[in-house]
Design a protein around this ligand. Structure first.
Ligand code: F6R
Length: 242
């Protein structure tokens, strides 16, 4: 794992965007893995700035979201399909036809998960996967206890995640309990992984991710086995590292 520690939000966004852009392949259209939540917002804004300045061209890119809630009605503003469209697809100039988000309303979630895995494979795999991290070190919605061999599947949100994500909803009761998420093994197949974390609230999860022996108790420890992971932190998120 390579660590990059930023002094402020602008540098954090720049370092993370650098880690993404330097993983884009030359000579063919890139395949991106995109996270939702608030941590990557600065990175998306910085990438959008580079796209607008003509420094990066993502028009031919394909993108895959990490996860989606199950059970939110079509048109709900917190559906990740909507969030990805507004924060990623439009600002980065992606073609919506090549942006894939698992369908949390699919009647057969196992079939949807298998189809999502197939779409990633058919696209040639993910070149660079952007990740946030939960306070319990979840990645995607792979909560503590998730197998490192897990693939895209239906899963349950942990109580801590429901409480944390309540800020995006009218309250914790409104947060869906179920989701579809890329599995840990799915995430680890990305050729580069860029994990972003900011703030003291993430410091303990970051410390476990970097310093603990790999264990499903702290899902992000699985990243230690990957050959190309960049952790882009601010000083607060890095503050408990030894
Ligand atoms: C989002 C996702 C989650 C978030 C994590 C951190 O697609 O899969 O793992 O990255 O919950 O969320 P924020 O960034 O809102 O603190």
């Amino acid at each position: 794992m390579r660590l990059r520690i930023a002094r402020d939000a602008a540098e954090h966004a720049r370092l993370a965007a650098d880690a993404v852009v330097s993983a884009l392949p030359a000579g063919r259209a890139p395949v991106l893995g995109v996270a939702t939540g608030s941590s990557p917002n600065g990175v998306y804004a910085e990438l959008a700035r580079r796209v607008a300045a003509g420094e990066v061209d993502l028009r031919e890119a394909t993108a895959f979201a990490l996860d989606e809630y199950v059970g939110l009605p079509v048109g709900h503003p917190q559906r990740y399909r909507t969030v990805v469209h507004e924060l990623v697809t439009v600002p980065l100039g992606l073609d919506p036809a090549r942006v894939h988000v698992p369908d949390g309303g699919a009647p057969d979630l196992a079939a949807e998960a298998a189809a999502f895995e197939r779409r990633i494979r058919d696209a040639g795999g993910i070149d660079v996967q952007l990740l946030g991290i939960g306070r319990n070190a979840h990645i995607g919605f792979n909560e503590p206890g998730s197998a490192f061999a897990s693939r895209t599947r239906e899963a349950l949100l942990a109580e801590e995640t429901i409480a944390d994500n309540a800020r995006f909803f009218a309250g914790a009761d409104e947060v869906p309990r179920r989701c579809i998420t890329q599995g840990i093994a799915t995430i680890l197949e990305a050729r580069r992984i860029v994990l972003v974390a900011q703030g003291l609230r993430k410091a303990d999860a970051v410390r476990h991710a970097v310093e603990d022996a790999p264990s499903p108790a702290w899902p992000a420890t699985a990243l230690q086995a990957h050959p190309d992971v960049v952790l882009v932190l601010d000083e607060e998120a890095a503050s408990l590292l030894g």
